[in-house]
Each structure stands twice: as structure tokens, then as C-alpha cells.
Design a protein around this ligand. Sequence first.
Ligand code: BMA
Length: 378
Amino acid sequence: MKPFFAGLLYISFITLSCQPDVDSTTTSMLVDENATAETRALFNNLNQMRLEYILFGAQDALAYGVHWKREPGRSDAMDVAGSHPAVYGWEIGHIEHGNEVNLDGVRFSEMIGWIKEGYERGGVITISWHADNPVSGGSAWDTTPAVSSILPGGKHHSMFNEWLDRVGEFLRQLQSDNGEMIPVIFRPWHEMNGSWFWWGRELCSPEEFHRLYRYTVKYLRDHLEINHLLYAYSPDRFSDEEDYLERYPGDKYVDILGYDDYGSLICAERRDVFVRQLETVVRIAEERNKIPALTESGFNALPDSTWYTQVYLPGLLATDVTRRIAYAQVWRNANAKTDHPNHFYVPYKGHPAASDFIQFRNHPVILFEDDLPLRLYD
Ligand code: BMA
């Protein structure tokens, strides 16, 4: 072989075989190349830890639960299993109007406090945004077409920018006592492959959706210079890779590849369907050096008292591939005032599924907040 080609081969061998240290790889991989050190650390640590563990998350866990509201230090998970979840989901719907309270009655000023507490204890924060319909003024579930009207050139574009300004103002307040910006997995425009939200499949084209997602990222990151976000893409259930990726805005705009699944997780008989989807998400994420996650899940009102150990856990741990997700989150325990609560995902004190939930929490792969082996932000 001529020395020139041998040299070239040698160089490419070095390039391929030298693994740069994790930090420099991920710095260039993140959506935000100016992401704060804590945000980069969160990405790196989740990416390493997912090979061994799955973090358990729940929505609104610290704000209220079944039969209680706004009690310091409390969550239904804590009541039943002795620890808060490791991942805290929060929701900022109605921040776009500058309201003081979100669409589920949670005061934003208090939410900021709970986010700080969770972060200080080492938990992970993720935020969704069920924004109202910008055209009709109805809710996120009002399917009046609206996406093209908020994109550049659209009639409601400047109003949309104001909405993003308010999102930014809120995110800027997420600061720890020592001044660190609290990293957030931001999950806007989720379940976009269904048609129940105004940004859904039948309400805008894939291109319009791409533009919406990219515009949101660029506005927050480049215009508002918010650098403490990881961005999550989370469709609802899907049939295959092509379906999953139909509205994917591109590797430059997404850090976490997730999906939301309630329907294929309610009984063991559907496990194959669940496993096929979760494996697809993991594979697509790993091919792109992204982090896979089960961004929403659960069995509403837990009619099966062994669901956590007999359906959920075996689904998450079904194969070497499914268990490589970083976290799995369930939805909220609405603050029921009646004796017949009908919207909750974590068993509350006295519920028949409580002991099963403790077994789930004790599984060595599943991490709650007090199981976290390291601070995820260093
Ligand atoms: C839904 C339900 C609603 C809630 C919404 C946003 O799944 O829990 O009650 O308003 O999420 O949090």
C-alpha cells in the first residue's frame, strides 16, 4: 500500500478508535451548545445511568395528591413508599397568558419553590406545556387549526412570541439558592401524532410541525438565551420507526427521544406491542446519541392492584433494550375531594395497590429520589 493511503487509513483509524471524553462529545451533541455545565452534566449522567437504572417520575407530585394539597414535604409516593419520585413532571399551561395559576390549579410561584426543592434534593425536572389554542382562545384540546397562524408571517405570530417570552420568564426563575440555573427537560408539543391537541397530526402538516418545534427551540435558546434546557420529543403510541419520526424536527433540535403510552400498558397481554415501541425508541435514540425515555405512562386509577409489578415493571425490563431508557414517568394524582378518586397513577395511602408499589420501588433497577447514587448535576 502506498504510504499516502496507509497514512490516511491510520488517521481514520485514530479518529474512529479514539473516544473523546464524554463531556466534549456531548457538548457538541446537545441542542444547545452553550448549555450550562449542570445541564450538560444531567445529560451525561442520565446517559450513563440508564445502562443500569430507570428513574421513576410522576407529574405534580409535590403540589397535591389524592385528598390533600400544598403540604410541605408531602407526595403520595412519599406517603406510600417513603421517597419522592426521582423525576418531577410539571406543567406550565396558562403561563402564556401571564396567569398566576396553571391549568390544573397549581400556582406558578409555588411550582418554582417545588422545582427548587426537588432539584436541591437531586431530582430531575421535566416540564410540559399544554398551551391554549392561540386562534380560538380555547384549551389545548380545542382542535381549531392554529399552527400556521403562529409561525413567522402568520396572523398570530407576534402573540406567539409574547407567549414564548412568558415561558422564558418562567424558566429564568428556576434558579437554585447558589445561583445555578436548574436544568429542565422541556417537552413542548407532545403527542403530536394524535389529533387531540391543536398541534396534532390532522391539524398541521409534518413540515408545519417541524417549523413550530424548531421555532420554539430557536426562540428560547437563541433569542432569549435560555441555556438550561434539554429538549424532549414525545409522540404518543406509534406503529414503526417511520411513524415515530414523521414529525421529528431533527437531531439538531432534540436531546431526549421519548414517547407517551397509556394504552399498551394496561395489561400483560399487550406487552409485545409496548416492548416493540419502547425498543424502537431506544434504538432510534442510540443511533443518534440521544437519551431514550418513557415520557408519560401509567394506568389511570389503578384498577389492577398489582399493575406496578405485574405489568409496568415487566414491560420496562422486558429486554436488554427496553431497560436502557433513562426514566419512566406516570401522570398526576388529581386532588380528589370525593371518596371515589378517579384520576391518579401512584397509589395513595390506604389504596389496595400500595404494597405492590413498595415492591416496585424496591426493585434494584428502579430509582426513586432517595436511591439516586450521585448528584446528577456534577
Ligand atoms: C391530562 C389530565 C388533565 C390535565 C392535563 C394537563 O392528562 O390530567 O386533567 O389538565 O393532563 O395536566
